[in-house]
Design a protein around this ligand. Sequence first.
Ligand code: CMP
Length: 145
Amino acid sequence: MVEKSLVLIKPDAVERNLIGKIVDAYESNGLKVIAMRLLKVSEGLAEIHYKEHEGKAFYKSLIEYITRSPLCALVLEGENAISEIRRINGATDPKAAEANTIRSLYAIDKTENSVHASDSKESALREISLWFPEVINKLELEHIS
Ligand code: CMP
C-alpha cells in the first residue's frame, strides 16, 4: 500500500552536512520526496510534535536539542513507507541499531539520533498535518474532485 510519512532530519545531522546522504538513503530505497523544508523549529511546534513525551526524563533536553539549529522536514511517499522508513532509520538508540541503518551510521546518542519518522498511519496524518498542512489540503482537494 502506498503511504506517506513525515521525516525530520534533525539538528545534529544538518549541522554535520548529512542531509544529502540521508535523503539518498531514502531515495535509493524507492521512496519519493513530495515535500521538503529547512527550518529552525519554535519551542511551540517542538512541544506539539513531541507532546507524547511530555514529562519524561529526556523531554527538556529533547526540546532544547530539536530547537537549537535548523532541521530538514520532509514528507516521503512509497510502498509501505511508514515501516520501510523505520527500517531504514534503525532503532532509536544507535547502539541497538542494525548495521548500515541511518542511525547506526550517523546518530550520536539516543537523543541526538539524526532522524525522526512517523510510527503509525495515525501519527503520519497528525505529523504531516502539523508540518505540511498544504500536503493534507491537496489530498482533500484531490479526494473531492
Ligand atoms: P524520535 O524518533 O524523534 O522520537 C522521540 C525522540 O526522543 C527520539 O527520537 C529521541 O530523539 C528521543 N529519545 C527517545 N528515547 C530517549 C531516551 N531514552 N533518552 C533520550 N532521548 C530519547
